[in-house]
Design a protein around this ligand. Sequence first.
Ligand code: M6R
Length: 607
Amino acid sequence: MCGIVGYVGHQQATPILIGGLRRLEYRGYDSAGVAVANNGNETRVIRCRGKLAALEALLEQEKPLGTCGIGHTRWATHGRPSDENAHPHKVGSVAVVHNGIIENHVGLRVRLRAAGRTFSSQTDTEIVAHLIDEALLEGAPSFIDAVRKALRQIEGAYALVVLSDLYPDQIIGAKNSSPLVIGLGKNEAFLASDAPAILEHTREVIFLEDGDIVELSRKDVRVSDVDGKPLSRAPRTITWTAAQAEKAGYPHFMLKEIFEQPRAVTDTLRGRLLVDKNDAVLDGLDLGSGIDRVVLIACGTSYHAGLVGKFLIEASARLPCEVDLASEFRYREPVITGRDLVVGISQSGETADTLAALKEAKSRGARTLAICNVVDAAIARAADAALYTHAGPEIGVASTKCFTAQLAALTLLSIHLGRRTGRLSEDAAADFIRELLLIPNKMTVALESMGEISKIAERYKNAKDFLFLGRGTNYPIALEGALKLKEISYIHAEGYAAGEMKHGPIALIDDGIPVVVIAPRGKGYEKVLSNLAEVRARDGHVIAVATVGDKTIAEQCHSVLWIPDAPALLQPLLTVLPLQMLSYCVALARGNDVDQPRNLAKSVTVE
Ligand code: M6R
């Protein structure tokens, strides 16, 4: 997830681009840059690693002049944050900014190299600049034809904005799966990832659709498809304030991030599932041989993802898998050997405990892998290799979309290990991958059917305690549901393995305690139903998370939160969604600061 902006008109482009990037910095902030066309002279590109402030300091020294330009604030996905990997990427006459992931970048890079082209970055984006430059040199009749020729060769997700020295009064944008909005002005036009970037200049916008290509000049805005067929897209007037628009109209970042989860999971899986080979590839990593055991280490929500990971890895790869709290790992004498794969899981990649634990494992000879959302963060650098989640920046302190993206990454890892060890048969892998690919749509369905939750939250907002119960793969989700509620509503909550209830927590149950029972159909369902009956027999108030259409559950509970059916190993990607929403709605009903709850920090960089 990056922020991109473009301008063509009668004003100086640079201040407009910087103003737009400032409003998009929440989409990424590891490097930034601008390219400005200068009336037939060579386009100036100024870019650097670091936040936008670093770019602004550079621009103090030399402000590029020109009335047509593009800008970018980056959230690295391919290639570490560095000056060379910062956008725009310029090749020949062509400068490109990009948000998304080009899935077939490896093959294209090989082809372009064989054609004598050299690369100055590790990004997938530079390939797009090469392809457009190649098309222009091969005699494409116009700039847009060259862009179309390049687009026909790329697969994946993109919002692209392109300019060329040869066409200094024109910018071209293209969209597929990543957002891009046009702003309409008088003798000027804008392009941006998100409306807040341009709202101070215009409220007349066109939201582009997948497959759209737009040609912008001072006088004209033309939308067409990859074959050149003109398309009509109606303008809309935006009534949001810029601050509302930054959150895409959601009142809080947490809510926006909850709804972004189908996209975060899709992006994390993107390009890594080989459907025709029933396999998963992990960005060139080859794991499996020489590994006798997997150890997952993490803190907080990431630790809960690890607990689900244990089920996935043991089921698919039949390798023993242990999960450790990073804050505990170093303070005993962990038994680690050179045949262990130790995986540090961290949204931020900066958590001090996880970093220290990973280094400890490495010093004991383990192979190490980081699953991390921030490219080149400390934990990714400390590990032998990294598998990045592509959730985009998470702003809300309570982790939501990074959790489900971590589950997606762990699912990929389990398939990869299973195929390498030979313990996941091709048929089983095919079935599993088929189900996995259905998950993002099922997540959307689950998120769209949560109308009742605010009523439930209102009803229980003054409860002193909550209990969350789950079995198997949903036991970690009980822990996660309780953690979410504690973090932002400040209500005491406990997650428990449902079968353990009778060994203690059942003493807590009376008519004052809401009990959230995670009871989707499938493995362990009947047993959870028995646990539910035990709660009911003691007057506990039951809120169930259940498979849509389950009448048995509906008859036995006070409220039900529905999710679509899925195999047990993939259920956590769905069952966690209503629990995130429940904690959000309870916190809201109690008037709490949802995005910045008291006493917490987004990255815990102290032990
Ligand atoms: O950045 P990390 O994933 O390493 O962070 C670990 C925990 O600090 C984090 O998950 C914390 O528990 C969140 N606030 C949960 O919402």
